[in-house]
Design a binder for this molecule. Structure first.
Ligand code: ATP
Ligand code: MG
Length: 431
């Protein structure tokens, strides 16, 4: 036998059944996708689908060269033919904006969009952190806010409600101000960090000049105290930024959406300004952030489009579903309604015809394949989780009848004329 080939580390298969180290099933995932399409529709957001591969330059320009994502986590390769550098997308916003600029979608009116799909980052795989992971993202393009800022936060809260996990998520909120305010704060922060350089660990040393805000985000307890005393961005915000922030908070208050202000909340990507937020949980261990987003008013122009204020967020589907599976209310049901059994010469064809008739009426029928005893077929029906069995054996075939059995035992087994099958079954299903 040849050696088995295994999946790439950090990239999961979604199977019909749960796996030992990865409990999400494909059916559960599908139920979530169905919920997402209802949810986005409730808010009038429209779907966009972009390629999984983009020119590397798109991510360098939008996410920022000094971020971990672009600096060390991207899957980048040269396209053989023209030697163009391509990358698997590490997130969705850059591609979404690239498409919006390319197709001039903001020409007539602002856009409310959503997307869903796989993203790729070469990180250390662990529970809740994968190399191929999936996101659902929402982008409101061409709106200044703060009303739309509140809308998309309320929109995320509405999904938590539908999934039954509201009580397990906390909203953290911050305002990053504008570019000049951040630059002034950054200068003060770098000066402050330099005064405490002897305290900084290796990671922080590196970030001191590339991404000093990230130093404040440190998980290293030895640095916490120093980070607590550092100059606060909030103190560098001007009137307009503060007004935006205060209005957003007032809207959230009015909507009854609770939040915690976290003046140290910074996001891993460079493009954010003003509003940033994260939904976190204490139920998933270290991978606590389920959803993150914010405003990126400069990005459209950065990507060659006409300037347009934008805001969006993305949630990690794996993390979210791990939470939903344990604590939420999403139900996955991919079982068929009916298991169609047959025994004896000619019965298979007859049962296939019946099955097709039921399917045309919207009933889901799993047909038994191969010839086995009815007892063996019953076992299969049990394992498949179907509620009803439809049986055509020699007696039924000869008499032009079918036998129906309710595997939950609520109705007595019955044999009816073939043309009464649909009515009889519908009666049982609606009872
Ligand atoms: P993290 O704090 O986990 O590094 P991030 O700030 O890098 O997240 P974003 O780029 O904002 O994350 O992506 C939005 C969401 O996507 C995250 O909140 C998380 O739920 C999910 N996510 C990000 N990276 C991964 C990954 N490698 N595996 C699984 N989910 C991920
Ligand atoms: Mg990350």
């Amino acid at each position: 036998m040849s050696q088995k080939i295994q999946a790439v580390k950090g990239m999961n298969d979604l199977l019909p059944q749960a796996q030992k180290d990865f409990k999400l099933t494909a059916a559960f995932w599908q139920a979530f996708e169905d919920a997402v399409s209802r949810w986005t529709r409730r808010f009038g957001y429209r779907q966009i689908r972009t390629p999984i591969v983009e020119q590397t330059g798109l991510f360098v320009r939008s996410i920022g060269e000094d971020t971990d994502v672009v600096g060390k986590e991207m899957y980048t390769f040269a396209d053989g033919n023209d030697n163009l550098s391509l990358s698997l997308r590490p997130e969705g916003t850059a591609s979404c904006l690239r498409a919006v600029v390319e197709h001039n979608l903001l020409y007539n009116s602002p856009q409310k969009l959503w997307y869903m799909g796989p993203m790729f980052r070469r990180e250390r795989p662990q529970k809740g952190r994968y190399r191929q992971f999936h996101q659902v993202g929402v982008e409101a393009l061409g709106f200044e806010g703060p009303d739309v800022d509140a809308e998309i936060i309320a929109m995320s809260a509405d999904l938590w409600r539908e999934l039954g996990i509201t009580e397990h998520l906390t909203l953290e909120l911050n305002c990053l101000g504008n570019r000049d305010e951040r630059a002034a704060h950054r200068a003060a922060l770098v000066a402050y960090l330099q005064q405490h350089q002897d305290l900084l660990d290796e990671d922080s040393q590196r970030r001191l000049h590339t991404n000093p805000l990230r130093v404040l985000d440190t998980k290293n307890p030895a640095l916490q105290e120093m980070a607590n005393q550092a100059p606060r961005l909030l103190d560098f915000l001007g009137e307009a930024s503060l007004a935006h922030y205060h209005q957003l908070k007032a809207l959230l208050d009015g909507l009854g959406i609770a939040y915690t202000e976290n003046p140290r909340l910074v996001r891993g990507l460079d493009y954010y300004n003003l509003t940033v937020f994260e939904w976190t949980t204490d139920k998933l261990g270290a991978q606590a952030t389920v959803c993150g987003g914010g405003r990126y008013d400069g990005l459209m122009e950065e990507l060659g489009g006409k300037a347009a204020p934008c805001i969006g967020f993305a949630m990690g589907i794996e993390r979210l579903l791990l939470l939903v599976q344990e604590y939420g209310s999403l139900a996955a049901d991919d079982a068929a309604d009916v298991y169609a059994m047959h025994q004896g010469e000619g019965a298979a064809l007859q049962v296939m015809r019946h099955a097709q008739q039921l399917r045309s009426a919207g009933i889901n029928v799993l047909q038994h394949s191969g010839s086995h005893s009815l007892k063996a077929q019953m076992k299969k029906a049990d394992a498949a989780g179907t509620r009803f069995a439809l049986i055509v054996a020699p007696d039924e075939l000869a008499a032009g009848t079918v036998t129906l059995k309710d595997l939950h035992g609520q109705h007595p087994q019955t044999t009816v004329a073939a043309d009464a099958l649909l009515t009889q079954l519908q009666q049982w299903m609606n009872a």
